[in-house]
Write a protein that binds this ligand. Sequence first.
Ligand code: ATP
Ligand code: MG
Length: 461
Amino acid sequence: YERDFEERFNIPHITDVFPDAEAIRSTFCLKMRSPTAEFSGGYPSDEEWHGYINNKDRVLLKVIKYSSPTSAGAVCIDPDCTWIEQWVHRAGPREKIYFRPEKVKAAIVTCGGLCPGLNDVIRHIVITLEIYGVKNVVGIPFGYRGFSDKNLPEMPLSRKVVQNIHLSGGSLLGVSRGGPPVGEIVDSMEERGINMLFVLGGNGTHAGANAIHNECLKRRMKVAVVGVPKTIDNDILHMDKTFGFDTAVEEAQRAINSAYIEAHSAYHGIGVVKLMGRSSGFIAMQASLASGQVDICLIPEVHFNLHGPHGVLKHLKYLIETKGSAVICVAEGAGQSFLENTNAKDASGNKVLGDIGVHIQQETKKYFKEIGVSADVKYIDPTYMIRAVRANASDGILCTVLGQNAVHGAFAGYSGITVGIINTHYAYLPIPQVIAYAKSVDPNSRMWHRCLTSTGQPDFI
Ligand code: ATP
Ligand code: MG
């Protein structure tokens, strides 16, 4: 399996470019008892204190063996199929580090949209850098733009500055879309003497981080560029989940609950809730499952018709006749083919989506008017309320570990990597492999089928 691992998940290291790069012993000391100490009978000697991660430690990417091609979700049952057994680098502190803490200038930048937990990650990057002995840590304001805008001075960061930032949502540093070309960013990094860059953002931000890493390689700069994936949609490949997702589902569930109360309290009430998910319906699916109050869940991965004998509207009529009310949960990227394509793009070049929530609301009103049945349709879009909340406890823990591991990865000499949780273990992955495309809900997966079982909805085709 080593061969396959080398091909796909090998992570770039500073010694690939600087074979003679000096390594020093880490002072990030972990007081753990060596297993050999048990046998030596006494208190462990200095030599036996350990707790570092070995560079050759690996995490298994997938832990399932399908015994039949008809097993739900089966991808490959060929015993020679290495797809099932791929390994990625285990994250964590290394004994040998490739940066002298006193010579490090670390920068943190947050780009894209808001996501619960950004402040938690910033906080733990700063705290961990300080523990390594780094004195020079700065925040780049308002995303990549902060590298080029002379009116945006860098923000000095220390444990004191970040101590309480996790108590609120948003990003201490601010975020933005768009920004200067990569060459300009790297010029600015050279000018500022930045040799560790921590980049918090989604697919676009990671594409940027990888380009920065490649540009640094080209210029033979000894710099570590480490990403922490920020996507509320949970659409990053290979990862169990990304930070902010749990919080988003929890908050989304509250919006669904309000929609349900509104719909249930009205005569022939219909609640429509639009949730985040540009190309992946994870939030809509999980929030529907969590709330148990959704009758129809619509996601970008599963085609549906609004009109026609098997369309959503016909089912709504059935629900109104049998239950008296209904709740629809729709992901923002669903049903885009029903909407006018404006070809509009945002500052980062992302397509501006049409509002499927408003469309469903209007079509529903029209339909019930046409069939002469009264219906009270209410639309809730909680997107900005969800994005801005602070992380919940489980995301807080995830952010803590990701922030710490980002710093460990940089000190270990890795660059062009990102950190994530894989099969409950923390790992480093090469950026290109995680941003190759967006992870999406598999309509054949058990989870989607569980969601359908929960809502009781038919196929809308
Ligand atoms: P979100 O999940 O909120 O969309 P994102 O990281 O995908 O997060 P974007 O607005 O797409 O957010 O991109 C963030 C930053 O990354 C922007 O400053 C943008 O200029 C830059 N960027 C996007 N795509 C690329 C790319 N292919 N190469 C270099 N930089 C990029
Ligand atoms: Mg994006």
